[in-house]
Ligand binder design. Structure first.
Ligand SMILES: Nc1ncnc2c1ncn2[C@@H]1O[C@H](COP(=O)(O)OP(=O)(O)OP(=O)(O)O)[C@@H](O)[C@H]1O
Ligand SMILES: [Mn+2]
Length: 270
């Protein structure tokens, strides 16, 4: 009779690498004594001081997203290759690692979400701060009511050229940056008002209340979404910016790059 190892063992038979998602130090250490296996650590920070590390911008709640994003980053960094067989160990139910998924690295399913942070014009810290802000706004709303918001990040000069003011710009003479706690309060306050926020590569808030006027021809966004998403998507094809959009109507946060939807997250899941 076959033992469980014969059955479950197939999950990690002849794999090219083990990918540990946010392992504890002791869990990671155990792999040091395993022969002939490459170990890659993926997480929001390299808490275990791993030699091979891939950074996640957020702790994705959905395991499929977490693995897809982590592997996309690992492919980008060249620590794995297309077609590699990987044992991805992650936590689904508890604090510790409780799940192993066998996944084949597939360069074809490249979504661009990793590029959004690492290969964009804007600093990855800036993109991350804006994404976190949008998620936080989505969780709390404005005084309990759902709000929508549109942030256009990077390539600000070109974005300004493709847009016009809806009202006076409260950030006109200021030198404030995203990530700054005061600025987050201001951005949340202004998010009740119309138009887009324009943010520079380095995170400076260039303007609020911008009405975007990109060419929207041929832009394909999910059905049911309106002008905020259409303009947010289209501006990323006309410029090298990325857009992060919080929908007032369905509460989801979406990101667009090069005119394409590259990320869709439910703020309630974080
Ligand atoms: N071209 C644009 N540039 C900047 N902001 C815009 C633009 N078009 C619409 N908006 C902003 O988006 C808001 C919502 O518009 P609309 O309902 O058409 O968008 P939506 O994609 O359905 O977004 P939501 O899901 O939040 O309702 C508008 O009140 C306006 O503030
Ligand atoms: Mn709408």
């Amino acid at each position: 009779m076959a033992g469980l190892d014969d059955v479950f063992g197939e999950l990690f038979a002849s794999i090219d690498a083990v990918v540990l998602f946010s392992p504890s130090g002791s869990y990671y250490e155990q792999f040091a004594s395993v022969d002939d296996v490459d170990v890659i650590v993926v997480g929001t920070e390299n808490a275990v001081g791993a030699e091979t590390f891939v950074e996640l911008p957020l702790e994705f709640e959905a395991i499929t997203e977490r693995i897809r994003f982590g592997l996309e980053g690992a492919l980008e960094q060249g620590v794995i290759e297309d077609g590699d067989e990987l044992a991805c160990a992650t936590s689904v139910f508890g604090d510790g690692i409780d799940t192993v998924s066998r996944v084949r690295a597939d360069a074809e399913t490249h979504t661009g979400i990793y590029d959004m942070f690492v290969k964009s014009r804007a600093d990855s810290e800036v993109t991350k701060a804006v994404l976190e802000l949008a998620i936080e706004l989505g969780q709390k709303g404005q005084k309990g009511k759902p709000v929508g918001a549109l942030f256009v990040v990077g390539d600000a000069g070109k974005v300004m050229n493709k847009s016009r003011p809806l009202s006076y710009n409260p950030f006109e003479k200021s030198h404030v940056h995203v990530g700054d706690p005061i600025v987050n309060v201001m951005l949340k306050e202004f998010s009740r008002l119309d138009g887009a926020f324009v943010i520079s590569d380095a995170g400076k808030i260039v303007s609020a209340y911008r009405y975007l006027e990109p060419s929207a021809e041929g832009i394909d966004i999910p059905k049911g979404l309106g002008a905020r998403h259409m303009s947010g998507a289209a501006i990323t094809r006309d410029t090298n910016a990325i857009s992060i959009v919080l929908s007032e109507s369905d509460g989801l946060v979406r990101a667009f790059k090069a005119g394409e939807l590259i990320l869709e997250v439910d703020p309630e899941a974080y």
